[in-house]
Structures are given as C-alpha cells and as structure tokens.
Design a protein around this ligand. Structure first.
Ligand SMILES: NC(=O)c1ccc[n+]([C@@H]2O[C@H](COP(=O)([O-])OP(=O)(O)OC[C@H]3O[C@@H](n4cnc5c(N)ncnc54)[C@H](O)[C@@H]3O)[C@@H](O)[C@H]2O)c1
Length: 318
C-alpha cells in the first residue's frame, strides 16, 4: 500500500517550491527532495514550518534517493529536479545528461519499486520542439531539440512513457512554456523576466540579444503549479501536455511592459543573437484544457506586476 504523500523533486527550486506550498495548502503530505545545487532553502521558508512537510537534501541520481522513496512510498512523484540552464547543457552535455536523463531514470525506477501510482515529469515546451512549423505548437508536432537540454527532456519523456507501458505506472510529461514569477532564478529558461525586472528597478542597463523580435510563451508560475496539481488525478491521460498561454511575446515587448510597470523610460542596448536560440515558440495547451479543465488564469501584465513587486521586495530587504 502506498501512503497518501506526494514526493516533489527539485522542491527548493523556483517552480518546485511553489508546488510544495500549493500541495500543503491543499492538505497533502509532501516530501521534498533537493540537492540545493541551484535551489534555495529560503524558497521553502513557509513550507519548512508546516508539519506536513519534510525536506531531504539528496541528489536524485544516487542510490540514496531510491532508498528514500522506498521508505516513503509516496502515491505520486512530481519530478522537477534538473540541470535547467540551456547554455550550460551545451558547454557540458555529459553533466546535463547525468542529471536530466540518468536522474529521471533513477526517479522512475525508484517510483516503480516503491509502488507509486503516478509520475509527472517537468519537460520543456520551449526546447523539445525546436523551431516548429506552425504556432502555437501542438503535442503531436515533431520533436527537434537544438540543445542537449532539450534532447535530455525528450529522453526523459521517452523513459516516462516506456515505464508507463512496462509497469503500468501512470506517467505524464508537462511541456512547460517559459515560466516566470516570484523566486525565479535569473539563469533559468525564462530568467529574462527577473533579469529585466531587477535591472530596470535598480537603474542598471539592460541588453536584448538579437533584434528584439524573438518571442516566447510566458506562463505564470501559479498556472504551472495548477497544471501539476490537475495531473495528480486520473483525468490526465496523455503522454505529454503543453502548458502555456498560446501567445508568443517578443523580448522587446516584454522589456517595454516591464519598463512600464517599473515606471522608467529605459531603452535596452542590443547585442548579437546567441547561438542556438529559437526565434519563436508558443504552445497550444488545448489538450490539457480538454482533459483537466486547466486554463492559464494570470495575464502577462498581471504576472509581470507580481514578479516585479517580488523583485523589488527582495531588493528592498537587502
Ligand atoms: N523555469 C522554466 O521556465 C522552465 C521551463 C520548462 C521546464 N522547466 C523545468 O521545470 C523544472 C523546474 O525548473 P525551475 O525553473 O524551478 O528550476 P530550478 O533550478 O529553480 O529548480 C530545479 C531544482 O532542482 C534541484 N536539483 C538540480 N539537480 C538536482 C539533483 N541532481 N538532485 C536533486 N535536486 C536537484 C536544484 O537545486 C533546484 O532546486 C526543471 O525540470 C526544468 O527543466 C522549467
């Protein structure tokens, strides 16, 4: 028999910590795992005071992680722990695949051995499809990653599906758009939001790589958390769900929106585009809406206001 607990890997990270907070709010017992390589204990300040939460500092690639899961016997594992810097994955693809591929295999192996019913894997809609032929891209589009990080996410998804077929585990991958919000690390996929918000708030210069037209699907962190929560029940049956707004916002537009929120008339400097960066991506999330009723509920201006307020509160507390 599995217990009712949910195990979250990457619990001290940006998205993982918001997910932990939400599960605790929902009355779920949560075991968080993180090796604190990029995650921060600060992110779990509220959760740590909660009696239904336990954080275990562990690397998901280790045998110790399998032992923990065997002892915990969670009903579900939400796997968010990852090396999530695309440029680092290009510089050191072996490290990226050790964490993102072997780590995912270890998580799946641990989940199956412990009798977990379900695994939800954080994949990346911004990298698994490469440069799609049509936008917003649907889940049945070809997978053409252009960086080791995207290839590792495709491999992770493939393992999730294979474990589902082999062992009857319920496995789903969420192909997330560019997630932004409070606690966001500037180095992540959508780090540009916190980089711009911080620079504009302190009067530091901002730089746009390329001509400002490259665009991304920015999705607010609480909407992403909602997608994970909805995938905990039986209605989420697809192998992959996109999680985005369906709208592509250019980096130039994003800069202007943030400058407006901060209340400055700042012009960004420009620099040559970075190697391997995509021109445009947006995600069609109608499959997730159809199966689970999920909708992105926080508009970009509102999400940027909330993120800017958080960035400024952190700056103010220093
Ligand atoms: N932020 C985005 O825009 C975005 C977009 C698509 C997908 N994702 C995926 O969502 C997940 C969460 O991303 P995030 O933005 O919160 O990043 P994050 O870096 O804040 O969180 C990842 C967490 O995993 C932990 N971690 C890394 N390696 C580990 C290991 N070997 N063992 C245990 N813990 C480990 C880190 O310490 C960190 O706390 C990742 O899988 C990422 O690839 C994020």
């Amino acid at each position: 028999m599995t217990t009712g607990s949910v195990l979250v890997t990457g619990a001290a990270g940006f998205i993982g910590s918001h997910l932990v907070d939400r599960l605790l709010e929902d009355g779920v017992d949560v075991v968080g795992v993180d090796d604190l390589s990029t995650g921060r204990l600060d992110n779990l300040a509220a959760a740590s005071a909660h009696p239904a939460f336990r954080l275990v500092e562990l690397d998901v690639t280790t045998p110790g992680f399998r032992d923990l899961v065997a002892g915990t016997r969670p009903r579900a594992v939400l796997h968010l722990a990852a090396q999530m810097d695309v440029r680092k994955s290009v510089a050191d693809p072996l490290h990226d695949s050790r964490v993102n591929v072997l780590g995912t295999v270890n998580v799946l192996e641990a989940a199956v051995r412990a009798g977990a019913e379900r695994v939800v894997f954080a994949s990346s809609g911004g990298t698994v499809y490469g440069a799609p032929d049509t936008l917003p891209v649907r889940e049945d589009a070809p997978l053409r990653p252009t960086a080791p990080y995207g290839a590792a996410k495709v491999a992770g998804e493939c393992y999730v599906q294979m474990y589902a077929r082999l062992y009857g585990l319920q496995g789903t991958s969420l192909a997330l758009g560019n997630v932004y919000g409070p606690r966001q690390d500037p180095h992540g996929e959508a780090g540009v939001v916190s980089i711009f918000a911080r620079a504009l708030s302190t009067g530091a210069p901002t730089t746009i790589f390329g001509d400002g037209t490259s665009s991304r699907d920015y999705v607010y962190v609480s909407d992403v958390v909602e997608a994970f929560v909805r995938c905990l029940d039986g209605s989420a049956r697809a192998e992959r769900y996109n999680v985005g707004t369906g709208t592509a916002t250019s980096v130039g537009e994003l800069h202007d929106l943030l400058a407006g929120i901060v209340g400055v008339a700042a012009e960004a400097a420009t620099a040559p585009p970075r190697l391997g960066e995509l021109q445009a991506i947006s995600l069609d999330s109608r499959l997730l809406a159809r199966d689970t009723g999920w909708q992105a509920s926080v508009s970009l201006p509102e999400g940027l206001r909330r993120t800017t307020a958080w960035v400024q509160s952190v700056l103010g507390s220093r």
